[in-house]
Design a binder for this molecule. Structure first.
Ligand code: PEP
Ligand code: MG
Length: 649
């Protein structure tokens, strides 16, 4: 029995919808095939299904044979014809695992002093613990015919062992949600029928089990790597990681795992797979140094979420580090010191002790609600850029999110994120911080940040060029899906939206016109949505000078001191030669902040700040006096800022 249809699922049977489709298919006893063009696959294998590459508007046939074939076809065709199949269920694993590994940045300063990418803030000093798992090679043994059943049993046992190990990890009570998601996704692969069948067939033909597993996983991994979709390319690494685990089980070995890492070690690795890091005893790891990776790699995200200082992208020097005794790392500057001398050790120890004592003393402020002398609440919110950072912000006591930088959503992938994916992300954020607001900044690409899927012209002065709201208004095909996603997510929670790089009121009007268009479309499609408060970032001198007029048009201001300082001072924020001029305390910048705040307060709108200056204890009292009522900063600064408002507010 079979039926054909046109796939209406948004973005096709991409990761999440594919997993859900397979789970639905597995609920029926009959055999089910999915046929696209001349290719037919088993609909109960997510690997096969993803490799079939089913896109929205493809014609597909579902063929079923068995007792419940009619019900299965009915349900699966219904799934394929529903554009929203696979939406509104947040799976952190899929997001975290889709992070690209940034290119290696090897920037050597001297033999004893290296510099990499500052990926997670904080200082650490400790004994180096090298994590360089051995490569497992194919054995290429031919198994005698009468020994094949035993080899098959060995293979079956190895699959079971890996699945059991992953189940045991999932049962750990205090596993972070994001880590649980990673392990669950890997377990899904370890149970995949295509993988099991592929390896079994090779052993049945006389190949040894290790070679069969490596052969099958690398075949599937290269299929994933060949697809023109970065999300699916990342599945290749997962497939190899799972293959490795099965081979180790066949060898009767555990991986060089991090269980034995001594308390206070600095973990040194070329790279760390999601599986290894997620199950590592993170509390014992004082710092992380990797040869590969960058600020947006999953190692960086997990390190930040767990408050572990990290320097990544160190290149080949990392091999040498594992053979030395002590390593000191500065996750703020990206510096790494090999066998540091007495003076450096003393400096690091002093700074770490100060930070630890301060952190401990400040923890009483986690749930504190800071108020100004007149009783007005000062919201101390978090700046974050991904869902994986939610936990750290909540643990710090963030009163909502004052700046969600959406760039990372766009930069992580080599294609633009879909409207559904964005809706899920924004809704998850709003749910996590309810009842506090989450301020989502619309895409601020350009300047120093680029995104695949958007062609940027070569500009002599990119910081003065086509970035932020300027680019978005020229590209409604990029901007409208984001605005639609924000409207849809607002129905799920307290979302506010702000526009970056605004320099004229026309930009606000043009955005409102696009929002109205989006609302009309959503109404026509009977989609659920809600209105959000629209604010602007004040980060150009023009915005400061027209602040009184802008304040009449928007719901709030958020001062972006990072850009405001560079534009007021005409000093590139990335150019170390003019770093001295990049000073937020310069009277010109402080005057601009005061002018903005006065305009906002007089118009009766909220004025907040989300640039780095918002977390500076030396400036917070001045900002509060000016009239700012919201300060948004990195989670690590939140408790200190709350104390500061209490002491001087
Ligand atoms: C700012 O400019 O102060 C700001 C918060 O935005 P970004 O640093 O992302 O440009
Ligand atoms: Mg900015």
């Amino acid at each position: 029995m079979e039926r054909s249809t046109i796939v209406r699922v948004h973005d096709g049977l991409h990761a999440r919808p594919a997993t859900r489709f397979v789970n639905l298919a597995k609920g029926f006893e009959c055999d089910i095939e999915l046929i696209k063009a001349d290719k037919s696959i088993n609909a109960k294998s997510s690997v096969k299904l993803m490799l079939l590459g089913v896109k929205e508007n493809d014609e597909i046939t579902v063929r079923a044979t068995g007792a419940d074939a009619a019900e299965a076809i009915e349900a699966l065709i219904g799934f394929l014809e529903n554009p929203h199949s696979g939406t509104f269920e947040i799976n952190t694993a899929e997001k975290i695992k889709s992070v690209e590994v940034a290119p290696v940045a090897n920037n050597t300063v001297s033999h004893s002093h290296l510099r990499g990418v500052a990926a997670s803030e904080g200082l650490a000093i400790g004994k180096a613990f090298g994590f360089f798992p051995a490569v497992i090679d194919q054995e290429n043994r031919t198994i005698a015919k009468d020994a094949i059943p035993a080899e098959l049993a060995r293979l079956k046992q190895a699959f079971a062992t890996v699945q059991d190990r992953m189940n045991a990890s999932l049962e750990i009570d205090n596993l972070a949600a994001s880590d649980r998601g990673i392990i669950a996704a890997l377990k899904d692969i370890a149970c995949d029928q295509d993988l099991v069948d592929g390896a079994t067939t090779l052993v049945e033909s006389g190949m040894d089990a290790i070679s069969a597993v490596i052969g099958t996983t690398s075949r599937i991994a290269s299929d994933f790597a060949a697809i023109d979709d970065p999300y699916l390319n990342a599945r290749a690494d997962d497939m190899n990681a799972v293959g490795r685990q099965i081979c180790l089980a066949l060898l009767g070995q555990n991986d060089v795992n991090l269980d034995a890492i001594p308390e206070g070690s600095i973990l040194i690795a070329e790279d760390i797979g999601a599986w290894d890091l997620a199950r590592a005893p993170l509390k014992r790891i004082a710092g992380i140094v990797c040869g590969r990776g960058g600020a947006t790699s999953h190692v960086a995200i997990i390190a930040r979420a767990h408050g572990i200082p990290a320097v990544l992208g160190l290149g080949s020097d990392v091999q040498r580090l594992s053979n030395i005794g002590t390593v000191a790392i500065d996750g703020n500057s990206g510096e790494v010191f090999e066998d540091p001398d007495q003076e450096i050790v003393a400096r690091f120890q002093r700074k770490i002790a100060e930070a630890t004592a301060e952190k401990h003393a400040l923890s009483v402020f986690k749930d504190f609600i800071p108020k100004r002398a007149d009783g007005t609440i000062i919201e101390i919110a978090a700046n974050i850029g991904s869902l994986e950072e939610i936990e750290a912000a909540q643990e710090a006591g963030a009163m909502g999110v004052g700046l969600f930088r959406t760039e990372l959503l766009f930069m992580r992938h080599m294609h633009l994120p879909s409207e559904d994916f964005q809706t899920e992300t924004y809704a998850a954020l709003a749910t996590a911080f309810a009842p506090y607001p989450v301020i989502v900044r619309t895409l601020d690409i350009g300047g120093d940040k680029a995104v695949s899927g958007i062609d940027f012209p070569d500009e002599d002065n990119p910081f003065l060029g086509w970035r932020g709201i300027r680019m978005c208004l020229d590209r409604p095909d990029v901007f409208k899906p984001q605005l639609r996603a924000l409207l849809r997510a607002s129905a799920k929670g307290n979302i506010k939206v702000m526009l970056p790089m605004v320099s004229s009121i026309d930009e606000v009007h043009a955005t409102r016109a696009l929002i109205d268009e989006c609302i009309a479309e959503l109404k026509a499609e009977s989609q659920e949505y809600a209105l959000f408060g629209l604010g602007v970032m004040i980060e150009t001198p023009a915005a400061v000078l027209i602040a009184p007029a802008l304040a009449r048009e928007v719901a709030f201001f958020s001062i972006g001191t990072n850009d405001l300082t560079q534009y007021i001072m005409a000093a590139d924020r990335l150019n170390p030669t003019v770093a001295k001029l990049n000073d937020v305390t310069h009277p010109a910048v402080m005057t601009a902040i005061e002018m903005t705040t006065t305009a906002g307060v007089q118009a009766g709108i909220m004025v907040g700040m989300c640039g780095e200056a918002a977390g500076r204890p030396d400036l917070i009292p001045t900002f509060i006096k000016m009239g700012l009522t919201e300060l948004s900063m990195s989670p690590a600064s939140i408790q200190r800022a709350k104390k500061c408002v209490q002491d001087f507010g």
